[in-house]
Each structure stands twice: as C-alpha cells, then as structure tokens.
Write a protein that binds this ligand. Structure first.
Ligand code: CP3
Length: 342
C-alpha cells in the first residue's frame, strides 16, 4: 500500500486529498513550546536530534497528518557554510552579511557543511524509524534565491532590496553566491534522502520578488539544477517546489524545473491554479493560514472550496503559507475533519 502523499505526487487523483501543514510543528502548539523551552532556544532545538524528532512527531500524534516535515530551518545551511546565525526574540533571524566576492570566497567549502548538519541527518534517521507506516517523511531546504536574500541582508526584509541591489551592482559575486548555495543544497538534500527523507521540498519564499528574466535565472534555473542533480542520484525521488507568490510564474514551473508538485500560496485562487498549474500535475495548497486563527463557518467554507477546486486532479491539501503562532489548535482539527469528512 503506497502512502497517499506519494500517490498524489505520482499524479494520482484521490477521492480525499492527503493533508499536511506548513509549520505544523510550531508555537501554536503548547507541546512545541514546552519542548522548545526544554531545548533552551530554537537553534538548540534544531540541532538536538531527539527533541527535533519529538516536535516533528507532535502534530502527527495530535492530528494524524499524512506527512511529517523534518523540523529544521532553511537558515541552517548558511550557518553550515560559515555564516553566523542567531534569532532575536520576537524579531526573527540575524546573520553575518555577505556583501562582496571576498565574502563569498570566505565561505566554507561545500564538503564541510556536513560537520554542522550531521545532527539534522540524525533527526531524519530517528524519524524514519519512529513515524507511523502511512506517514510520509518530507525533508527540505530553502531555494538559493531565498537563502541568498537572508545571507546578503543579514535578516528578513520586506522587499529583498539588499539582494536585488547586489544582483544589479555586483553580478559576479551574486552569481557566485547563488552557485555556492545551489551546490550545497544538492549535498544537503541528498544526505537527507540517504538518511530516510522520502520527498524533498524547496522553499522559495521570496520568489515573488523576482520578475521577468530574473525569475528564469534565479528561481527556475537553480531549482532545475538542484532537481536534476537529486533525481540523478536518487531516481524516482519526488520533489515539491514552492515559488511563493510567483503568480503567473507558477504556470509551467513544474515542467521548467522537473518538480513533481508545485505548492501554491493563497494569493491566487484555487480555480485559477487548477486550470493553469494542476493541468500539468500535482499541486499543493492553498488555504489562507488566517483561517487557523479565525476558525468557524468561514474556515469550513474556505476548506471545502479548496478541496472542490482541486478535486479533478492530483492534490495535496495544505495552507498557502505557514501556520502562525496565534492559531488555535482546535481550528486545525476542524480543517482536517472538513477535508476528510466533507
Ligand atoms: O514547516 C515546518 O514545520 C518545518 C520546519 C520549518 C521551519 N522553518 C521551522 C521554524 C521550515 C520548513 C522552515 C522554513 C523557513 N524558515 C522558511 C521558508 C518558509 C517560509 O516560512 O517562508 C523561512 C523564510 C525561514 C526563516 C525563518 N525561520 C524565519 C524568517 C523565522 C522567524 C519567523 C518566525 O516564525 O519566528 C524562522 C524561525 C522558525 N523556523 C520557527 C520555526 C518553528 C519559529 C522559531 C521559534 O520557535 O521561535
């Protein structure tokens, strides 16, 4: 019996879509907050395989999602490449900045990333033993553009201006950084697969700010390179790509990159995504995460709307972006019951 997520990724249209949720292990869950407190802080939790596996399993135990996503962060890879990384309480990530070619040259060689990332592979090994037999284990990494935006700015930015500026004024350094992240991401994801990840997902959270040729060069091309390299090493490995807020860029993205599934954010309607993206294969998405805060009849109606719109093709039910810390855990259960029960 093949797992439902793997069936959807293989292109099968299922009567009930399999379901998981971005950031399903997170601060909206009291058991997550307790384990994070036990670990000390977020990064210590990421690098503690037993506790990272524990928080990955918490939403599986509570809700019985069809997939578990490895608990880690896209910014661990820059850290493994030599960037300083810390999280400012209530604000978000901070990194040492890459501003020129000397900064790129000073990064650690790609071979060296596994010294830092070994605990992440151990988390994957623990999970592949501990998960229920029908739950799919998803590994992940950030896509090169999104990771580069944090490495260049040293933090999250609303418009990715520092990365766009470096792209315009120091193209050689910018391209070298993208190339280095691309190469490291192949090695990182390949090790996750060797450790037991059954699917991998590339998060390009800031793909929406790349326009025209930049979208081709820095969202499509790096994803295509990573996907081709992974599929050469791991034949049949299913890959989900998430070029968030790509808009028209979603159209043809699976074909252009070789991804098996495109994850869709909630800035586009599910009908539009069904007509223009799902026609090429599996899609994942795209309920607005706000419903996990507000709940009620609107949640039920919006959940049914997403299920109905995508019912004619392969679909994995998910939110359009990560669940937020102010979400109500009961609303998550209501969403799942609505997807599974009608
Ligand atoms: O989806 C999952 O549950 C798997 C784990 C996961 C995390 N981050 C855990 C996390 C995944 C897949 C990510 C991806 C990630 N991290 C992205 C891409 C997806 C997206 O959300 O757009 C990005 C941009 C990051 C970088 C990052 N990590 C930011 C900007 C922040 C701060 C914002 C926030 O929510 O606090 C983080 C922290 C982070 N990563 C948390 C979690 C559970 C919260 C940390 C905490 O417990 O305090």
């Amino acid at each position: 019996m093949t797992k439902t997520i793997l069936r959807a990724l293989a292109g099968e249209t299922l009567p009930t879509p399999p379901i998981w949720m971005m950031r399903q292990a997170g601060r909206y869950l009291p058991e997550y907050r307790a384990t994070r407190a036990e670990a000390g802080d977020f990064l210590k939790l990421c690098y503690n395989p037993d506790l990272a596996a524990e928080v990955t399993l918490q939403p599986i135990r509570r809700y019985g999602f069809d997939a578990a996503i490895l608990f880690a962060d896209i910014l661990l890879l820059p850290q493994a490449l030599g960037a300083d990384l810390w999280f400012e309480t209530g604000e978000g990530p901070r990194l040492s900045r890459i501003t020129d070619m000397a900064g790129v040259a000073a990064l650690r060689p790609v071979d060296a990333i596994h010294d830092t990332l070994a605990p992440i592979y151990e988390t994957v090994r623990i999970l592949s033993r501990a998960l229920p037999g029908d739950t799919t284990l998803i590994g992940f990494a950030g896509a090169p553009w999104t990771v580069a935006t944090y490495m260049i700015a040293g933090r999250g930015t609303p418009d990715q201006a520092p990365a766009h500026a470096m792209k315009a004024t120091d193209r050689a350094a910018f391209s070298a950084l993208i190339a280095r992240i691309t190469e490291a991401t192949v090695e990182y994801l390949s090790m996750q697969v060797q450790a037991g990840a059954e699917v991998v997902k590339l998060f390009d959270s800031w793909a929406g700010s790349l326009k025209g040729q930049d979208f081709t060069d820095f969202a499509i091309k790096p994803a295509a390179t990573i996907i081709a390299a992974l599929k050469a090493r791991h034949p049949g490995l299913p890959i989900i790509a998430f070029p968030r807020e790509a808009g028209d860029g979603y159209v043809g993205f699976a074909k252009a990159t070789g991804a098996d599934c495109v994850a869709i954010d909630n800035s586009v309607s599910p009908e539009w995504a069904a007509a223009h993206v799902q026609k090429d294969g599996c899609v994942q998405g795209n309920l607005a995460p706000e419903h996990m805060v507000t709940g009620g009849a609107a949640l039920i109606a919006a959940t049914r709307h997403v299920v109905q719109a995508f019912r004619g093709g392969p679909h994995i039910f998910n939110l359009g972006h990560g669940i937020t810390p102010d979400a109500n855990p009961d609303h998550v259960q209501l969403m799942i019951d609505t997807v599974r029960g009608g």
